[in-house]
Design a protein around this ligand. Structure first.
Ligand code: AMP
Ligand code: ZN
Length: 201
C-alpha cells in the first residue's frame, strides 16, 4: 500500500487538530520525548520543559504537562496550572536569555497538532530551517498563536476554552506578512530573507 506523503515537512507530523490517538501515533511524540529524561531541560512537580524537536526559531521550547491532552481539556480548576506554566516559561527565558539578546514570546496554538497540553516558549527571530511553510509562519505570527492571558481570560470568564476552529484554521492560509514591519513577501524564501534584515547587528 502506498504511504500518504507527509506534506508538513519531511520529518514533522502534519498540522492537524488533536484527537485521541492510538499508541505510537505521531501526535503522541511529546509523550515519547518526555519519556527520555535526557530531553528534560527543567522539571517541576507539574510540568517539564523540553526543546521543540522542529524549532521554528533560534530558541524554541515547550512547557509540557504529562497527562492533560490539550487546551480544550482545561477548566477553571486549571487556572493555577496555566499560570504556573507561564512562570516556568518566564523563569526559563531569564536563564537562556541572560544578556537579553533575543525577544521571547509564549503562546498556545489555537488548534494544536500534538497531544499533551504544551506552551510554546520561543524567540521571535523565526530564523530556522524547520520553518518552511506558510502554515508554520502563520501559526506563530497570527492570532493562531494565543497568548496565555487569552486562555486564562476564557477560563476565568467561561470556565473552559472554546475555539472557533474554522476561523483559526483559515488564519493558517492567510497571505504572508512580516511580523515586525508592513512587508508582505510573496513567498517563504523571500520572507525568510526579509526577516533576517530585522536581526542584522
Ligand atoms: P502544536 O501545533 O502546538 O501542537 O505544536 C507542536 C510542536 O511540537 C511543534 O512545534 C513541533 O515542532 C513539536 N514537536 C513535534 N514532535 C515533537 C517531538 N517528538 N518532541 C518534541 N517536539 C515535537
Ligand atoms: Zn519586516
Amino acid at each position: 500500500m502506498q504511504r500518504k506523503r507527509n506534506l508538513s515537512t519531511e520529518n514533522e507530523p502534519p498540522t492537524k487538530k488533536v484527537k485521541t490517538a492510538s499508541k505510537g501515533h505521531w501526535s503522541l511524540g511529546l509523550k515519547d520525548t518526555l519519556g527520555d529524561k535526557d530531553n528534560i531541560l527543567k522539571k517541576t512537580e507539574h510540568v517539564s520543559i523540553i526543546k521543540d524537536k522542529f524549532p521554528k526559531s533560534k530558541h524554541h521550547y515547550l512547557v509540557v504537562h504529562p497527562t492533560i491532552t490539550s487546551i480544550y481539556a482545561l477548566s477553571k480548576q486549571h487556572i493555577d496550572l496555566v499560570q504556573h506554566m507561564v512562570k516556568v516559561g518566564e523563569d526559563f527565558i531569564s536563564e537562556v536569555n541572560k544578556d537579553s539578546t533575543h525577544v521571547f514570546k509564549m503562546g498556545f496554538h489555537a488548534v494544536p497538532s500534538m497531544q499533551l497540553l504544551h506552551l510554546h516558549v520561543m524567540s521571535n527571530d523565526h530564523d530556522s530551517v524547520c520553518l518552511k511553510h506558510r502554515k508554520h509562519w502563520n501559526s506563530f505570527t497570527t492570532e493562531f498563536f494565543m497568548p496565555p492571558k487569552d486562555i486564562l481570560k476564557q477560563l476565568e470568564e467561561e470556565g473552559n476554552v472554546k475555539i472557533d476552529k474554522q476561523y483559526y484554521e483559515e488564519l493558517l492560509k492567510k497571505g504572508l506578512a512580516c511580523h515586525l514591519c508592513k512587508e508582505k513577501p510573496k513567498n517563504m524564501p523571500t520572507l525568510k530573507k526579509h526577516i533576517l534584515l530585522h536581526f542584522k547587528k
